[in-house]
Design a protein around this ligand. Sequence first.
Ligand code: GLY
Length: 594
Amino acid sequence: MIKDSNFLRKSFLEFFQKKGHRIVPSSSLIPDNDPSVLFTTAGMQQFKLYYLGSKDPFKDLHPLLNEPLNTLQTATCQKCLRTSDIESVGDESHLTFFEMLGNFSFGGYFKEAAINYAWEYLTQSLKIAPERMTVSVFKGAAEVPFDQESYQFWLKLGFPKEKIILGEKEDNFWGPTGKEGPCGPTTEIYVDGLEIWNLVFNQYYKTSEGILKPLKINGVDTGMGLERLALVTEFPQQSEKTIFETDLFKDLMQSLKEASSLPQEKLLRIIADHYRASIFLAAAGVVPSNTERGYILRRLMRRIIRFEKVIQLKEEWYLKGFEILQNKYRNFYPELDNQSEILNTFFQERDKFEKTLQNGIRAWEKLLRRIGEKKEIPGREAFYLYESYGFPLEILEEMAEEQGKVVNQEEFRQEFEKHQEISRIGQEKKFGGHGINTVANEQDKIKITKLHTATHLLLAALRTMLGPQIEQRGSDITPERLRLDFPFARKLTVSELQEIENLVNQMIQKNLKVEHYETTYEEALSQGVIGTFKDRYPEKVIVYEIKDSDTGQIVSAEICAGPHVTTTQELGHFKILKEEAVGQGVRRIKAILE
Ligand code: GLY
């Protein structure tokens, strides 16, 4: 029996089915109803709510099955996409898209059975020699104790003590996916030195504030990378082999080599990985764009297209590569049947990027000559390449690194935000002062207007709390949330954030009037009005002012094109979602109105 990837998928699912697990199909790469993550990054995601006890496996419908799970234990082969390892793609074992084999229990079995199953599957079903294996268990950290139980269960199986590594939190504590969710200590299994299987024991819930609370239900969540498993089963103890030589990649790599006049192994691997990931993303309905999921897809596709030129890849390869992927995967993932739509998405993006790529590379080379020996690529210059030639920032960083240089990211970001604001002001002029005419939906307009006023109140509260040096470094408002960046040297404490939130809510509850008047830029500055864009204002400006009617004190005064609400009570309740660093000495707050 050849232990190729088809065999592995099948044998894994059959093994766990025999052990009383229900086999559930892979969910989409785009998580259903989970805004905390862009993509499905682990098999457990479709079961997240069962671990929390907020969904009942015997009563609530499972979205893929259209009936309740009717069990406390399941197994899947799940499509996943992680961008965290994108820099490492091209080495022996890292990927963006991959398949994860996993078994899950939410209130059924726990550590001992999970460890025994993993052991039995690897050593008996797959006949992997125990001598090739090492394991790790969590050694404990401040809030979470040493995972003594897992340690004992491995010993009980006869696993030699000296091959049980005690791991730190970085390696042996997993989750949550996204900002909050189930998580816990892990025990990992290595074969020939490569980590292949991670057994997570969900014992905690991590809140969005980063606090660990014990979960009522003990959960098991395991994840084994199919590509890595294929590597250690197809090539036992051959450390020179890579996942790109397994049956999952072999044909794709071979075809790439044949279609390239200047093949370079690492670039072939990156193209193979990124193309497979792009095809699956496009098949899931993602379209390249400049935000969120679309941006990730754009970044993957543009990287392929850039490297395509370096290895001189024939254009025909893309169709051939697609057919190879389709043959490999269509039995498990029927969405790949949608050939014309998927390839259209790819080729449209390629056409777009190709048009400017050559000119962009010339502009880049000119820039390199201009800056000579200097190590830093100014953010403005990088932004120009981004804006005019469509190079994603990460690609520019990579191009800089190839030259031993770095892009000034902070400056890039400032340019980016300035540009967004300028184009917004431009729109406002074009539409006669009704700044958000371009936002199609009326309700969205109202939400944006409210968040705009809330941004002024937030800035005012920050200045009250942290001092008048706080100014707006960038702002971005969507109908869902506001985002404000400001200079500050450290993380804000939970109580400071609470205080800021309270201050904003107090101003809202006082129902203050929001007024505006026209004045000259000079005059506004002399009155201490805040102007974010320094000397880039026209002579006449509009100032939005919020005054405390009790004290007569000006709470907020900013040069701004509006629009804003007329009274603060319209805003409802203000809530800070997140505070984080976005660069050296720059903090970002995301907040919503409820
Ligand atoms: N959820 C287990 C893992 O991703 O490793």
